[in-house]
Design a protein around this ligand. Structure first.
Ligand SMILES: *[C@@H]1O[C@H](CO)[C@@H](O)[C@H](O)[C@H]1NC(C)=O
Ligand SMILES: *[C@@H]1O[C@H](CO)[C@@H](O)[C@H](O)[C@H]1NC(C)=O
Ligand SMILES: *[C@@H]1O[C@H](CO)[C@@H](O)[C@H](O)[C@H]1NC(C)=O
Ligand SMILES: [Zn+2]
Length: 411
């Protein structure tokens, strides 16, 4: 524990960090195909713009971050296609400066701040030491830059069905690892009988940060980085790990342009992170019945598929269960979520981890949360919302796992 605390105190002064002074985030809603096409062309070759929510279909809002020097040109482009924008965030750097507490509370791993990869991994080691026989370290493989995809397995008894929790596949979505680690802590410490029953009834494979290189890069260099950090000889680094899985790869809602934030990679599983994680998941696939992934932002609870609007075999069950889950979530703190399949609820996508799991292993309970908020902070959700966000998410997760337990009819 001491070693762990020391690591926490060693929080950092980083040089060469990108700044975002007077960068704005605009929301635009394309109303015709021409406007949509222009936005899609910009996303493929963003040249300094950053799409926080990419263009997908007519009437679906798009959030774009614009550096101040590009604002005149951006406004010209919008004017030329008769599209109006609304300023959602007036100064991104201001949100970055106020995202985290001014003084890091050093007393504990307490979810009052966002933690670095080293801090999260030290905490996982601390759990291993603190809960022997219950917590086992697991390694989903190594990243492009040689970091472990480190996780833990929580198991109270042999022969349980399992649940996989996947966080941090998109680097800048810091609320995802924060929520996953919070839930992991509750699995180990909650005195609530409902939680304790779920902890006894399932094993949990928990990976808080499956894109560790990207996550580190958001801490050291560019807060708004999304992709992996591979160098394929392209002008731009990395691929979108959550477009890189080998399931309907690059069919829709993913880009073949290396500079796009939704670049699907040069081939299915071209990214070592998705390749090794998929191999690990394959090795435990006969054990898990639920695969739950965490993203931000938009307040959505999604289930397969993204590549088309066909209903999965238990569509009605997943929809009703999802609705029950978000209704419990809303009762907790008033936060409103929408529920549905990826394709119709957020946007068409392909090559995402959840769909690969569902498509290849037919895992019955697969959901993705798009956590808080709805764009006022976007990826820069203030750290003082971590606990409320994680708490309400846990409430929805409990609804899903209680149902899964009943339906699986084991234990
Ligand atoms: C996990 O804990 C055990 C002791 O219970 C120790 O032998 C092992 O080295 C630990 N593993 C890691 C990765 O810290
Ligand atoms: C999916 O199922 C719902 C509810 O059963 C139904 O209303 C809808 O038409 C189905 N969609 C497709 C594409 O089959
Ligand atoms: C959420 O609940 C907490 C108390 O648990 C409260 O302090 C906070 O204001 C609530 N937030 C919202 C947005 O309702
Ligand atoms: Zn994401």
């Amino acid at each position: 524990m001491l070693r762990f605390l020391c690591l926490l105190i060693l929080t950092t002064a980083f040089a060469n960090r990108a700044t975002f002074d007077n960068y704005q985030v605009h929301r635009v809603v394309p109303e015709n195909q021409e406007q949509l096409n222009i936005l899609k062309d910009l996303e493929d070759d963003p040249n300094g713009l950053s799409f926080w929510v990419g263009p997908s279909r007519i009437q679906k809002a798009v959030d774009i971050m614009i550096p101040p020097h590009m604002l005149p040109r951006f406004n010209d482009i919008l004017a030329s296609i008769n599209l109006k924008s609304e300023v959602y965030i007036g100064n991104v750097q201001h949100l970055i400066d106020t995202e985290r507490p001014k003084v890091r509370p050093t007393v504990d791993f307490g979810w009052t701040d966002y933690y670095t990869l080293d801090e999260i991994y030290a905490w996982l080691d601390f759990l291993n030491e603190t809960y022997p026989g219950v917590v086992t370290p697991i390694v989903g493989g190594e990243s492009y830059e040689g970091r472990q995809i480190h996780g833990v397995k929580v198991s109270h008894r042999a022969g349980n069905p399992s649940v996989v929790l996947e966080g941090g596949i998109h680097a800048r979505e810091w609320i995802s690892p924060a929520t996953v680690t919070y839930i992991l802590n509750k699995l180990l410490t909650s005195q609530d009988p409902v939680m304790q029953d779920l902890v006894q009834s399932f094993d949990y494979y928990v990976f808080p940060v499956v894109n560790p290189d990207g996550y580190v890069y958001t801490h050291t260099t560019d807060r708004m980085w999304r992709k992996t950090r591979s160098q394929g000889g392209n002008r731009c680094f990395g691929a979108d790990a959550n477009r890189n899985f080998d399931f309907h790869w690059l069919e829709i809602g993913a880009s073949s342009s290396p500079c796009s934030d939704t670049y699907a990679g040069s081939a299915p599983f071209s990214e070592i992170e998705t390749r090794v994680l998929s191999e690990y998941l394959t090795s435990i696939a006969d054990q898990f019945d639920a695969y739950l992934t965490f993203h931000s932002y938009s307040q959505l609870l999604l289930f397969p598929y993204g590549h088309n609007n066909d209903n999965v075999s238990n569509y009605d069950e997943l929809l009703a269960l999802g609705q029950a889950a978000v209704s419990a979530l809303a009762n907790n703190n008033g936060t409103q979520y929408a529920v549905g399949n990826i394709y119709s609820t957020i946007y068409p996508t392909s090559g995402v981890s959840m769909d690969w799991v569902r498509g290849v292993f037919n895992t019955p309970y697969t959901y993705s949360w798009e956590l808080r908020d709805k764009g006022n902070h976007g990826f820069l959700l203030p750290a003082d919302q971590i606990i409320d966000t994680a708490e309400e998410t846990l409430v929805s997760l409990i609804v899903i796992l209680r149902h899964a337990k009943e339906k699986l009819g084991r234990n």
